[in-house]
Write a protein that binds this ligand. Sequence first.
Ligand SMILES: Cc1cc2nc3c(=O)[nH]c(=O)nc-3n(C[C@H](O)[C@H](O)[C@H](O)COP(=O)(O)OP(=O)(O)OC[C@H]3O[C@@H](n4cnc5c(N)ncnc54)[C@H](O)[C@@H]3O)c2cc1C
Length: 366
Amino acid sequence: MDFDTIVAGGGVVGLASARALALTGRRVIVLEAGERIGAQTSSRNSGVIHAGIYYPAGSLKARLCVAGRDLLYAYCAERGIAHRRCGKLIVATSPAETDVLRSYQASAVRNGAGELAWLGADEVAALEPAVSCVAALHSPRTGIIDASELMQALLGDLEAAGGLLALRSRVTAVSVSTAGCEVLVAGEDGGPLQAREFVNAAGLHAAEVARATRPLDRCHVPDAYYARGHYYSLSGSPPFRRLVYPIAESAGLGTHVTLDLAGRVRFGPDVEWIDGIDYRFGADRRAEFAAAIRRYYPGLDASRLAPDYTGIRPKISAPGAPAADFRIDGPARHGLPGLVNLFGIESPGLTSSLAIGEYVRELLSG
Ligand SMILES: Cc1cc2nc3c(=O)[nH]c(=O)nc-3n(C[C@H](O)[C@H](O)[C@H](O)COP(=O)(O)OP(=O)(O)OC[C@H]3O[C@@H](n4cnc5c(N)ncnc54)[C@H](O)[C@@H]3O)c2cc1C
């Protein structure tokens, strides 16, 4: 055997899984198709450490977000990773929306996201004078993180534990048997790499890698859908100190205010279903963004908005269908020894990454 474990995908989830496995003494290699780690979804997101408010009770999203959040804050403190527990407001802009806030309060307590304080319009104005709403919830456990520093720390731990990273190494086929896993890499002439275990953390390409995995039955490969989200940056001095979210929509959390660690403000992401992986910004969406933003920030000067970047949610639920849970399939699910497939690791995947790593390790130890 060349390795104990091969991980396909050097995003935050692949790196966290590889680190968790390497810390058990396994010889681990991460095969990353790109020129550098984390260049896809892991660096095209809101950079928010979610508290765990929204997700259905008992779901993997709820459990791994709450566990991952605590692990992440502790890891950031231990490793000096830039982050800030800035808190977030979820705002109701009409009396009807206050019912939704009540439901968030209940699900936050159920999920372990912590108590969400109810704030009246005056209390919100005292905290965030630019925000207009009829009521809001305050989530003190929500924060922001430098995802790139997080991934560097995970890679550092992996390498310190003897693990390896190979860039420009795209997995094209996997063959699993009781003797182990054989993994073909594009452009490698030396034959397949061999390992006891294979973890498919290829993000937007996970279904493609699973379809190239033998003898995995097609019933264990979900359909992949892509929902692009656009971000606009706001020039000039930042009007907010906290994250500000409207009521969530069905495929995303709504066009919200995100902050980076320098305090700069961005708005996004919206939801646009697309057919393939395409990060181009496309049409000018300033008018739609301005309308969504002015519901809670009426003082917006739309000329301060500039297109920033996009990210693509790796969906496994079709447009209009209820949001799917994370799908992390181990041997007990598909019957193939040593294989774990991760599908639909959309938000809160960054927050959950360390807990997902532990979950993958448990699936392979069982
Ligand atoms: C718009 C948006 C906003 C988000 N905001 C947040 C947020 O605020 N907080 C939060 O917790 N989560 C957020 N998320 C979710 C979070 O970003 C993801 O869950 C997380 O980054 C997924 O990491 P990953 O490692 O699974 O995927 P990726 O980062 O996409 O990594 C997968 C890697 O696999 C590689 N790869 C692909 N195919 C192959 C192959 N055949 N062989 C080898 N390598 C391959 C790719 O090059 C890539 O680097 C957001 C997501 C989006 C889209």
